[in-house]
Design a protein around this ligand. Structure first.
Ligand code: NZQ
Ligand code: ZN
Length: 387
């Protein structure tokens, strides 16, 4: 078991109706609020009006229009400018992971006076950030409980994880009823995303029985509840359990004491959405089974066997390679059953830029050090197999 130093400072407030305590919570951080949101889903939900009503005594400035795969230019730049101009005390992010990720970048940038992209690309260390409160409306990324904000810079096709412990949200409100309106496409992509977050921490060299059990339960719960959410979008219990599974995805709690995995599927997918602006969970659904097949060998086999037997209930007495292949097929079939695209072609990606992306990934993601090391050639083969 590896040493670790772990702290998650985020307060989670979970359940139907919990935003009634929003004014008290926000009051702890100050008066001037930057309200950030996306393309309008929170208005359709009635959440925008509710927040304005609850915060009638605060000074609210707004940054609307944050896109999926949030963009450095204009959203992060505009948000930082508003914070500096209006002496913002706290950011309230209302929406999906993209809104919250963008808000994290704004929170760091607001207290920094140098070149903003140097900060976001982690070339300069973040030493302070504005506090963030969020109301998350889409179960997927786990951004509500982690220190990461994934930001795209269109002109260079970069999509970077801006990571720092100052970026943990101070408070996250999780009301599963706000996810009832999430469309099927995003619900499915969120389910795949959270399953892959778990797999990225399961396929490692050293792990504990405790973490393996935690990860296997997470994936089993996401398989059952993801399907239920698609079949009945207003199933509170299913939405609630899926939401909590997603929240656990990225803050490290699933892998305390494990060795590093390198998060290879995310390294590859971020380049896909950096170059083609695709839906993150859809990119992961396409890459994950091809990555699994690519890394299956004598060394990785025991992990595949454990995954296949404990997650999908495959007969443990079968030959190990048969179990592993079966487990990969089951993973593929489950993603397919959610209705997500399973080929790069289906999301508008042909073979013209695969070599360029493989190079970009090899240079920027350090996957030579992953649990199953990936060279540029390996990455290219995974991309080609995904076409
Ligand atoms: O923009 P609006 O109108 O709000 O619509 C959004 C958006 O179009 C819509 N939506 C959100 N909540 C809704 C809703 N529609 C109806 N009802 C609701 N309640 O859903 C669309 C997608 O939203 P987005 O925030 O982009 O989705 P998600 O939460 O999946 O976030 C994806 C982003 O997070 C990054 C991804 O790379 C991607 O950029 N990730 C962040 C991570 C983190 N911070 O730890 C880890 C992940 O691995 C991931 O990389
Ligand atoms: Zn993800």
């Amino acid at each position: 078991m590896q040493n670790f130093d772990y702290q998650t400072p985020t307060r989670l407030i979970f359940g139907e109706g919990v935003i009634s305590s929003l004014p008290d919570v926000m009051g702890e951080f100050g008066h001037n609020v930057l309200l950030t949101y996306g393309g309008g889903s929170i208005k359709k939900l009635g959440l925008y009006d509710k927040v304005k009503e609850l915060l009638a005594d605060f000074a609210i400035f707004e940054l609307p229009g944050i896109q999926p795969n949030p963009k450095f230019n204009p959203s992060v730049i505009d948000g930082v400018r508003i914070c500096k101009e209006h002496d913002i005390d706290v950011i309230l992010a209302v929406g999906g992971g993209s809104v919250l990720d963008c808000s994290k970048a704004i929170a760091g940038g607001a207290l920094y006076d140098g070149d903003l992209w140097e900060l976001i690309s982690n070339n300069v260390e973040t030493t302070a950030a504005l506090p963030i409160v969020d109301i998350i409306t889409l179960a997927a990324t786990g951004s509500e409980y982690d220190n990461d904000g994934v930001i795209s810079r269109t002109e260079t096709n970069d999509k970077f994880s801006y990571m720092n412990d100052h970026l943990f949200p101070a408070v996250s409100f999780l009301d599963p009823t706000y996810t009832f309106s999430v469309p099927k496409r995003q619900t499915a992509a969120g389910c795949v995303d959270a399953i892959n977050h778990t797999m990225e921490q399961y396929f490692v060299e050293d792990s504990t029985l405790l973490n393996d059990g935690f990860c296997e339960s997470m994936i089993k719960s996401l398989i059952v509840n993801g399907k239920k959410c698609l079949d009945n979008p207003e199933d509170y219990t299913a939405r609630a359990e899926m939401m909590l599974c997603c929240t656990y995805g990225c803050n490290g709690i699933l892998a305390l004491g494990n060795s590093e995995s390198g998060w290879p599927c995310h390294g590859i997918e971020h380049a896909l959405s950096g170059h083609y602006d695709i839906v993150h969970g859809e990119g992961l659904a396409i890459i994950t089974p091809r990555w699994m097949r690519h890394i299956l060998n004598e060394h990785t086999l025991p992990r595949f066997v454990k995954y296949g037997v404990n997650v999908f209930g495959i007969d443990a007495s079968l030959p190990p390679y048969e179990i592993a292949e079966h487990a990969i097929d089951e993973t593929y079939r489950f993603f397919e059953s959610l209705g997500v695209p399973m080929h790069l072609r289906d999301v508008g990606i042909d073979d013209s830029r695969l070599a360029e992306m493989a190079h970009h990934i090899a240079v920027n993601e350090g996957l030579e050090d992953a649990y199953a090391p990936l060279s540029e050639q390996d990455i290219l083969e995974i991309l080609q197999a995904s076409l």
